[in-house]
Design a protein around this ligand. Structure first.
Ligand code: HEC
Ligand code: HEC
Ligand code: HEC
Ligand code: HEC
Ligand code: HEC
Length: 395
């Protein structure tokens, strides 16, 4: 009976949206190392290399939390989140009958179970995610992202920025989104991230100020530099070209935060005016919801601190009956407190009597108190305060 049920359901609950299998020779970044060692090493330090649930505590605990609260099976959610976090997954959606099978315990070792645990996706966003994209469907509805917005090349064809390349290991193909319009590639996933209830908590594509701005890769892959793309030698020489760093340094990298925002202080009658400027072409914090900017205001007399305030710029998320929740379960979110792209945010606070000067310091935190406590995140990176900038002002 179990077998029969599995057989019937097996066909109904899995339908693949144009999956192209990744050949054995290309699955793992370690097979690129012989010729692209520098790039593989850089990438392996990036958070793209940690986008699989096994490698990111915040992601893993979010998945488990959403599963508990929404009563959706963990595997179904893994498939759903894989849309952007693990887009080379071989099953792209599950339906109601899968949930029934999961509740009955009929899903062990089935095709979905195998897909979410397959080694093809264990490296997260690896080389064959970005370099096997053959087409980006910008004409699709904005809600279709990741796996649902792209078409893949045949396995073994690497798309890249160069037109005049040859490789003994793989075919190559040029695309403008690797070269002239790289933002398109980033927006496949860095846009329109939303909760199960459809609340969009981040949309970098919408907030991005295109005019006169450098592209994403200029800042997050660094300036082009003269080096080899591959160490493989034709006629005894490896060709030098303009290449970029594959570290994708972002919110988890302390040095990136230093001076990412600017401060200007002034007084107006009894108030201190704190203006925070964001020179970047996207909002900060941006990206993922529940990120936080902390404005620390210390009123001083000499070296003595008279009073210290911490103002939190973050978003709060609620589900049914106004209960606090995480972004992925939000029915409602509080208003956007981020500093707008190429814009400013002005805060007004009351001065403290007797204070001779004030020191304002900006910090960034990956996860705000609400969400960190709900998920019981353990690693210290989630609570650590990254220094941004600081200014002192005589009152
Ligand atoms: C998040 C997407 C992404 C991932 C993941 C990624 N790349 Fe790239 N790669 C790019 C982009 C974009 C460029 C073009 C950079 C430029 O020249 O402006 C590029 C360029 C390259 C180039 C040409 C040389 C250069 O630096 O421009 C090679 C070779 C390459 N990548 C190999 C790899 C390998 C090997 C991996 C896996 C370890 C990898 N890439 C992972 C996006 C990615
Ligand atoms: C045996 C050596 C070798 C191996 C292994 C290898 N490549 Fe390459 N690859 C090359 C050479 C050579 C080039 C051309 C470099 C040049 O002309 O500057 C190249 C170019 C590329 C480019 C740029 C293509 C373009 O059109 O701009 C990408 C992307 C790339 N490789 C990705 C990969 C990935 C991903 C892997 C692992 C799955 C891999 N390569 C494995 C030798 C290799
Ligand atoms: C296939 C989907 C996908 C594509 C394409 C993609 N990213 Fe990402 N990116 C992600 C995901 C998912 C994460 C978060 C991984 C994690 O933290 O576990 C991420 C993380 C990052 C981070 C680190 C952010 C942080 O919080 O530290 C940066 C920076 C970044 N991406 C930049 C880029 C740029 C630039 C491009 C375009 C060249 C790009 N990404 C293309 C999905 C993608
Ligand atoms: C002028 C440089 C610049 C450009 C261009 C740029 N960024 Fe950023 N980005 C930053 C800085 C600075 C930060 C804050 C420090 C950090 O997180 O790296 C940041 C933060 C981020 C973060 C983490 C935000 C958070 O709060 O979690 C992501 C993701 C990101 N950028 C992706 C992108 C994407 C995608 C693009 C292209 C649409 C892009 N960036 C264009 C400079 C830039
Ligand atoms: C539309 C594409 C997309 C989908 C679908 C998606 N994510 Fe993400 N996710 C991203 C991107 C892009 C980032 C990186 C943003 C940043 O760091 O600013 C990210 C980052 C995260 C982070 C922060 C990780 C860190 O290290 O700080 C968590 C947690 C997360 N996602 C959970 C989930 C869960 C749970 C699901 C499924 C319910 C999911 N995501 C589905 C695109 C997506």
């Amino acid at each position: 009976m179990k077998i029969l049920l599995m057989f019937i359901m097996g066909f109904s609950y899995v339908y693949a949206a144009k999956v192209v299998d990744v050949g054995k020779r290309f699955k793992s970044s370690s097979s690129c190392k012989v010729c692209h060692k520098r790039i593989v090493d850089e990438w392996s330090q990036s958070w793209h290399a940690k986008s699989h649930f096994a490698n990111d505590e915040y992601f893993k605990k979010s998945l488990e939390y959403v599963s508990r609260k929404s009563r959706k099976s963990l595997n179904a959610l893994k498939v759903q989140c894989a849309t952007c976090h693990n887009p080379r997954i071989s099953v792209t959606s599950t339906d109601e009958s899968y949930e029934i099978a999961a509740v009955m315990g009929l899903n062990k070792d089935d095709v979905v179970d195998k897909a979410v645990n397959d080694d093809t996706i264990s490296e997260g966003i690896n080389c064959v995610v970005c370099h096997n994209i053959d087409k980006i469907h910008d004409e699709y509805d904005a809600s279709k992202r990741g796996i649902n917005r792209v078409e893949w090349t045949e396995s073994g064809t690497m798309t890249g920025p160069f037109k005049d390349v040859r490789s003994p290991y793989h075919k190559t193909k040029h695309h403008d989104f690797m070269d002239k319009e790289p933002n398109k590639l980033c927006f496949v996933c860095h846009a329109n991230d939303k909760s199960l209830k459809g609340v969009v908590f981040t949309n970098m594509e919408k907030e991005y100020k295109k005019k006169g701005s450098p592209s994403c890769v200029e800042c997050h892959m660094g300036k082009k530099r003269w080096d080899v793309a591959a160490t493989y030698q034709f006629n005894g020489k490896a060709k030098k070209r303009n290449v970029r760093h594959h570290g994708f340094a972002g919110a988890h990298v302390a040095s990136m935060w230093k001076d990412a925002l600017k401060l200007k202080l002034a007084t107006k009658s009894k108030n201190l005016i704190i203006a925070i400027y964001n020179p970047q072409p996207h909002n900060l914090p941006s990206g993922f919801g529940a990120r936080e900017i902390i404005v620390n205001v210390a009123y001083m007399n000499g070296s003595k601190i008279l009073k210290e305030d911490n103002i939190s710029l973050t978003r709060h998320y609620t589900r049914k009956r106004n209960r606090v929740t995480i972004p992925h379960l939000a029915i409602k979110q509080t208003k956007d407190t981020s500093i707008p792209a190429k814009g400013k945010k002005v805060l007004k606070v009351k001065k403290v009597d007797g204070a001779k000067k004030v020191k304002v310091t900006l910090y960034y935190r990956l996860v705000n108190d609400d969400v960190r406590n709900l998920l019981k995140l353990k690693d210290e990176i989630w609570s650590k305060k990254y220094f941004i900038t600081s200014k002192t002002f005589q009152l």
